[in-house]
Design a protein around this ligand. Structure first.
Ligand code: A2R
Length: 317
């Protein structure tokens, strides 16, 4: 190990991805700093965790001057599509102004850290039939407020990278899954329902949305490995899709989860889970990521499903 360890800063680490990323960076031998909102709880042995609200630019500047990180992962976001519909102002503030605050803070530093801005496959929006797998150069057509703010963050990142020679890279992450994810996401939702049925907490009926949609799922541990590789090898100003490269039908996910329970479970459509506009297939073209880093997913969908199901079986009733 080198005498001085590389310093990583993870901003917005109290969400789903943050603790996985911190653990991975620690495994890589990094000295890891992370931030959370003062209202959030996060403790990870060996990681130095601070409070930071990205709406306060001066606090970002102070923190960066104090820590002098070599690399910064920007995860902080208002990341819920439905909250974005209900509170577009907050979503614009956190996702756009927050990113601008970070970019402006970077300009005040006397050195140039590597920075990864995390966006979303949602930025592509209404993907037309025949346009999958979708590459980074596809024209963005965001279909909701959350997606629009992430598309904006992406454009701002590229502009700052070009205009001020900042070492900024952008990611568009497709569906990521794993133990600990909120049950507003489909795999976590289905696994939680099965665990509750197994415990006898509810009748043996699964409530589902659109089962024919196809989505590109990647285990969160593979996702954070990709982030670290892009941080190391990515080209400044470029955007990288992070996904498996293969879309899977939601029906197949449901069947795999139900088959693990061995129970006779009925399936009912819950109108609340059907979205007014649903894109039939979302699949990432990951050739740019693979050419730059050699990354490929290592954790199979079946393994992730097993672990997410175990996670929900272990939760108290
Ligand atoms: O909204 P909360 O209370 O869950 O807090 C989120 C936090 N956050 C902020 N951090 C600093 N300053 C703010 N003004 C601010 N507002 C919200 O960022 C949450 O703890 C964290 C983001 O984590 P998640 O929402 O769980 O996202 P996840 O799944 O970890 O995804 C990471 C990134 C996000 O940028 C997503 O939009 C993207 O990957 O897909």
């Amino acid at each position: 190990m080198p005498l001085t360890r590389k310093r990583s800063l993870v901003i917005g680490a109290a969400g789903f991805v943050g603790s996985y990323l911190i653990k991975h960076l620690q495994e890589l031998g990094r000295e890891v700093y992370a931030t959370k909102l003062s209202t959030e709880k996060l403790q990870i042995p060996g990681a130095d965790i601070r409070d930071l609200n990205i709406l306060d630019k001066e606090s970002i500047v102070e923190l960066l001057f104090e820590l002098r990180p070599d690399e910064i992962y920007h995860l902080a976001a208002q990341s819920s599509v439905s909250v974005a519909w209900r509170n577009p102002q907050l979503t614009v503030d956190v996702n756009i102004k927050g990113a601008v605050n970070l970019c402006e803070a970077l300009r005040e530093l006397f050195y140039i850290p590597r920075v990864l801005l995390i966006g979303s496959g949602e930025e592509y929006g209404h993907i037309k039939p025949g346009c999958t797998p979708i590459s980074e150069d596809t024209l963005l057509d965001p279909g909701n407020i959350y997606a629009a703010t992430k598309a904006c963050q992406n454009m701002i990142g590229r502009i700052y990278a070009d205009a001020y020679e900042l070492e900024l890279m952008m990611v568009r992450a497709f569906n990521h899954i794993g133990p600990g994810q909120s049950p507003i996401f489909v795999v976590s939702d289905f696994c939680r329902q099965v665990a509750e049925i197994e415990r006898g907490d509810r009748e043996p009926v699964m409530y589902v949305g659109n089962l024919s949609a196809k989505r590109d799922f990647t285990d969160v541990r593979d996702v954070v490995r990709a982030y670290a590789m892009i941080m190391e090898k990515g080209e400044k100003g470029l955007t990288y899709n992070v996904g498996s490269g293969h879309a899977v039908e939601i029906r197949s996910i449901l069947e795999r989860i139900i088959s693990r329970s061995g129970m006779d479970i009925k399936i009912k459509t819950d109108p609340a889970k059907i979205r007014p506009v649903d894109v039939p297939i979302i699949e990432a073209d990951i050739s740019r990521l693979q050419a730059a880093t050699g990354w490929k997913p290592e954790i199979s969908l079946d393994q992730t499903i097993d672990e997410v199901l175990e996670y929900w079986r272990d939760q108290p009733a």
